[in-house]
Design a protein around this ligand. Structure first.
Ligand code: ADP
Ligand code: MG
Length: 725
């Protein structure tokens, strides 16, 4: 109890942290003067010879391995730079299947004839050998050799993580097994990017765009997070263990008034954001936009979009930098999807588009009719991709945390549909109905030139409830969880789109050889895909119950839990397209199934254990203390003749709740110790039986929290966590 009061004192009297950030006038340019100072990007680094730059550019496009001479050159350059910037160590930085990042640090120090020297070789740059068995490999050890290798990803810049007493050069790497099987998030993403580029380029060549050599995926992930004072955080075992509160009574005012969203940013948070931007900019992460989010204590940061691989790396750096900088301000950043049941959770809106190497955004609706046909064909291809692979897209965002968010009242449901808005929606309805194709002159109708101009209006009033929405010149995949590595959802999306582009090239060839002009062929293609994919278009309220019924009628999948969604990875008819496109082979898919399912089960078990701990160490003792006091008070009644009806009522109600909580907790405990051996069944039992049971326990505890005097409640409350800083 005293601890809570002193925590409140602490939280409210934190000194403001002031750092010196070079500012505009004084230092000659604000952010642009230090932007990227902690990164080494061969494209922009001054001392990289032009010839080497060109060679590396070509290697990336042709996907050929780097030569020993080139590696030697790069190792020398990056080593010089790292040493000048105070690095003592280097590490291969990679994204194992846990979804977070891993690093193993090695010193530059070496001994030559007993004398200490610093060195860094091409070999050390190009390849590392962390112990693969300590990362989730989804059982790959039985199939493959346990050894895993990290290999340098030339296309992603080096960066430095600074410590107070020393800095480390980070080398972005892929993590693969002995025979090249991908053990990480990055490798399949690179493969998917390449396949998509290849298929889209081929398609564009067929429709006359012969000068396109390469297509890249542009990605801008908007990152949501909560901030709580660290004093409260460390007094909540559930937050420390699971990243979320497993119980907590809602405050009377939370987000009903919408007064937090876009409101003025609290001063302490603004101080944090300024330092966060400074650190991100030095790391070459193009942070751009920041604001309060809907829930109290919730915020958002969005970068400028970049190519998918960089964006995926940068999002990981962004998440870890948010956590690191928050600590300096005595704050804890919560990246969990649903840290506070009952109020908005956090997501990551992944903005996605495709651009050619000559700078054309394929999702930009142009007002030139001819261009329109290409745009409409591209959108129709994406519609079919999402329609066909909706269930795999749902799989790609499955996690224990996101399950609490998807389908909750503020988040997209588990049903994947596409929002097009009124103007574009109308065009696709016309295309499906063949309205503008009803006679052969239809092709000359200015299909959509004026309607397309209306897209910008749509864009201002867009449907926040859709999991996959067209927003002006990009799609937004909104169902991604706030803590997720975006690599997996991007891999599935890019693969799904590449698959339909591949089929589209065959169709276009057919249309053209039957004598259709290019615009006619594009329109035929649009009609072909729109007819198939039409059920996936939904512009209405995705949160409504009616939509769930309607979606079922339309035959759209509704995989409510991660257990169901991950189960798809066992169904080869669902995953075959990934193998066909050489994005993930069947062994790699199996490996992911095992690793993701195991993570789901383990995280849930930790949650249940933590809940049982909270009930036994905090909730019941607080209730017992109060009950004890009530009983003592009532005991006096015999002597004084005072009426104690209210106390009796409270005592009875409290006792009832205590019985329920302790009964349910026992059931939960027994379930946990009686799991069978089939992991899929365990995951389903967890999702369908134990999660609802844990939620019920949480609710009963919250009812108790509402009764017990606050000075006896030994956990920080939602008032502390969400409002005090
Ligand atoms: P919102 O109103 O949804 O927050 P923003 O204008 O803040 O939208 O943009 C969100 C993100 O979308 C940013 O990361 C931005 O860089 C990115 N973005 C903008 N245009 C594109 C595009 N063509 N392709 C991919 N991402 C884009
Ligand atoms: Mg935004």
């Amino acid at each position: 109890m005293n601890e809570i009061i002193s925590n409140r004192d602490r939280a409210l009297s934190r000194p403001s942290r002031k750092i010196s950030i070079p500012s505009g006038q004084k230092e000659g340019g604000a952010a642009s003067s230090y932007y990227g100072s902690l990164t080494f990007d061969y494209r922009t680094q001054k001392n990289v010879p032009a010839k080497l730059k060109k060679e590396l550019d070509e290697l990336i496009i042709s996907q050929k391995p780097i030569s020993p001479v080139q590696a030697e050159q790069m190792a020398e350059l990056v080593y010089d730079w790292a040493i000048k910037n105070g690095c003592t160590h280097f590490c291969h930085w990679f994204q194992p299947l846990t979804g977070s990042t891993a690093e193993k640090h090695d010193g530059f120090i070496d001994l030559r004839g007993g004398k200490a020297v610093e060195k860094f070789s091409a070999g050390e740059l190009s390849q590392g050998e962390p112990d693969a068995s300590s990362f989730p490999n989804g059982g790959s050890r039985s199939t493959f050799e346990a050894r895993g290798y990290t290999t340098w990803d030339i296309s992603s810049p080096f960066f430095i993580i600074e410590g107070l007493n020393g800095s480390t050069l980070c080398i972005p790497t892929a993590f693969v097994a002995y025979h090249g099987e991908a053990l990480d998030i990055k490798t399949p993403l690179l493969r998917a990017n390449n396949v998509l580029s290849k298929e889209v380029t081929k398609f564009l060549h067929l429709i006359g765009k012969k000068d396109v050599n390469h297509v890249s995926v542009c990605v801008g992930p908007e990152q949501e997070y909560f901030l709580v004072d660290r004093a409260f955080y460390y007094s909540r075992p559930d937050l420390v263990m699971t990243g979320k509160t497993l119980l907590g009574k809602g405050t009377s005012k939370n987000q009903q008034l919408d007064d937090h969203y876009f409101g003025s940013i609290p001063q302490r948070v603004k101080n944090f954001m300024d330092e966060l931007n400074y650190e991100l900019h030095r790391l070459g992460v193009p942070a751009k936009t920041q604001h309060n989010e809907v829930a109290p204590g919730q915020f958002e940061i969005a970068p400028i979009f970049e190519d998918a691989n960089r964006a995926a790396d940068h999002n990981q750096i962004m998440m870890s930098t948010i956590e690191r900088v928050a600590e300096r301000h005595d704050l804890k950043a919560l990246l969990h999807e649903k840290p506070f049941p009952g109020i908005n959770g956090s997501g990551k809106h992944v903005n996605w588009s495709m651009a050619t190497d000559i700078g054309e955004n394929l999702l930009s609706p142009s007002e030139m009719p001819h261009q329109n046909f290409q745009f409409l064909a591209v959108v129709s291809i994406i519609l079919e991709a999402v329609h066909r692979r909706a269930d795999m897209m749902r799989m790609s965002i499955a996690s224990h945390g996101n399950d609490h968010r998807l389908g909750a009242n503020e988040a997209p449901p588990s049903i994947i549909s596409v929002f097009l808005g009124d103007a574009l929606g109308q065009i696709f309805e016309d295309i499906k109905n063949g309205v503008s194709l009803s006679d052969s002159s239809g092709i000359d109708i200015d299909l959509g030139a004026t309607q397309l101009a209306g897209l910008s209006r749509d864009n201002t009033d867009r449907n926040r409830t859709s999991p996959f929405a067209f927003t002006g010149n990009k799609f937004e995949f909104r169902a991604v969880g706030s803590s997720h590595a975006i690599g997996l959802p991007l891999t599935i999306l890019n693969g799904a789109v590449a698959e339909v582009f591949k089929e589209s090239s065959v169709l276009i060839e057919g249309y053209l050889s039957s004598g259709q002009s290019i615009p006619e062929a594009l329109l035929s293609l649009s009609k072909h895909w729109t007819e198939k994919a039409y059920p996936v278009i939904f512009n209405g309220d995705n949160y409504s119950d009616d939509w769930v019924q309607e979606a079922a009628k339309r035959g759209l999948p509704n995989l409510k839990t991660s257990a169901d969604a991950l189960g798809l990875l066992k169904d080869s008819s669902k995953t075959k397209f990934l193998s066909d496109l050489k994005i993930l082979n069947p062994d790699e898919i199996q490996m992911r199934y095992n690793a993701f399912l195991e993570k789901y089960i383990t995280c849930r078990q930790i949650e249940f254990d933590s809940l049982i701990h909270l009930v036994n160490q905090h909730v019941l003792p607080s209730a017992i203390e109060y009950k004890n006091q009530l009983v003592q008070t009532m005991h006096l009644s015999n002597d004084t003749g005072v009426n104690f009806d209210v106390e009796k009522e409270i005592c009875a109600k409290l006792t009832e709740l205590m019985k329920e909580v302790s009964g349910c907790t026992l059931i939960l405990h027994n379930h946990l110790s009686s799991f069978n051996h089939d992991e899929q069944k365990i995951a389903e039992e967890i999702a369908n039986t134990l999660v609802p049971l844990a939620e019920k326990i949480g609710e009963k505890c919250n009812a108790m929290e509402g009764m017990v005097p606050s000075r006896m409640w030994s956990l920080p409350t939602y008032l502390d966590l969400l409002f005090l800083r």
